[in-house]
Design a protein around this ligand. Structure first.
Ligand code: 15L
Length: 275
């Protein structure tokens, strides 16, 4: 089975390039603007702008599964988000049709749900409540994955990734949103290897005691996280939270504070540490 990994030079991609190959995945890693150097003899590399169908063709020729990690991963201008997360994503899906790619694993985000309050426990069918343009683009991406399964039979798995950066959790919010590297790798391996998924969404976090999501619900790919951010809770709770009152109130944390004008919902004052 041939697997392509887009966004291979990004924070998550860099981890997956190493870990997927280590687990015997036959990998083609695709970077953005900068050329990549193969990490092993077996690793095929390429790079380029995914808005260009010729680049997409090079990425997807002979590929069974695409792990699509490319795109803008922060709150940015509407133009940048549209180009990278809508236009390029559409090119990727059209390329998948041309090359008969069986499955696309799509890096969605917790920020598609970031306007839920932190005391909500979301099931997989929760209402989307994006916390900005980036989160909105992930709602569109999940819907695109759904549509290409329904209309074209390309399997889709939307990974609603929390916070994953190859390090322990660093603040109070991450006690809820963190995903450790072992769990990240398990999540992506299950996404590649699970049979007959059709379309499914999965929460991409560890088995965190303070998860914003109902992990008991299970998921279509059999992802069963084993790490827990709570192992770092005592150190984190001993520090003041770096988040402002808005960011403390909503699941999306600091993304919510950007361009937030809903004054009447604004908590009147800081609600103490770690709220
Ligand atoms: C994301 O979706 C971002 O890509 C990443 O940069 C983090 O901000 C993460 O969410 C998070 O919520 O911690």
């Amino acid at each position: 089975m041939k697997v392509a990994l887009s966004g291979a030079s990004g924070n998550v991609g860099r981890i997956l390039r190493v870990e997927l190959q280590r687990r015997g995945i036959d990998l083609r890693s695709a970077g953005g603007m900068e050329p990549l150097t193969p990490l092993h003899d077996g690793e095929e590399v390429m790079h380029g702008d995914l808005r260009d169908p010729a680049v997409v063709d090079r990425m997807l020729a002979g590929v069974d599964v695409l792990v699509h990690m490319a795109g803008t991963s922060l709150e940015r201008s509407l133009q940048e988000i549209i180009e990278n997360n809508l236009v390029a994503l559409h090119q990727v899906y059209e390329g998948a049709r041309r090359h008969k790619v069986r499955r696309i694993v799509f890096a969605s985000s917790n920020h598609a749900f970031g306007m839920h309050a932190i005391d909500a426990r979301l099931g997989l069918n929760a209402e989307v409540r994006p916390d900005g343009l980036y989160g909105l683009s992930k709602v569109w991406g999940e819907a695109m994955a759904r549509m290409y399964w329904d209309k074209h039979g390309i399997e889709g798995i939307s990974l609603r990734i929390g916070t994953t950066m190859g390090r322990p959790p660093e603040n109070f919010r991450q006690l809820s949103t963190w995903m450790g590297t072992e769990d990240l790798v398990q999540l992506v391996m299950r996404s590649i290897q699970a049979n007959d998924v059709g379309y499914a969404a999965v929460w991409g976090i560890s088995a965190n005691t303070r998860a914003y999501y109902d992990l008991k619900e299970g998921n279509a790919i059999g992802y069963a996280p084993t790490q827990n951010a709570e192992d770092w809770a005592s150190e984190i709770l001993a520090q003041p939270t770096p988040l402002d009152p808005i960011a403390q109130h909503f699941q999306g944390g600091p993304f919510v504070t950007i361009d937030y004008t809903q004054e009447q919902q604004r908590p009147s004052k800081a609600q103490g540490l770690h709220r």
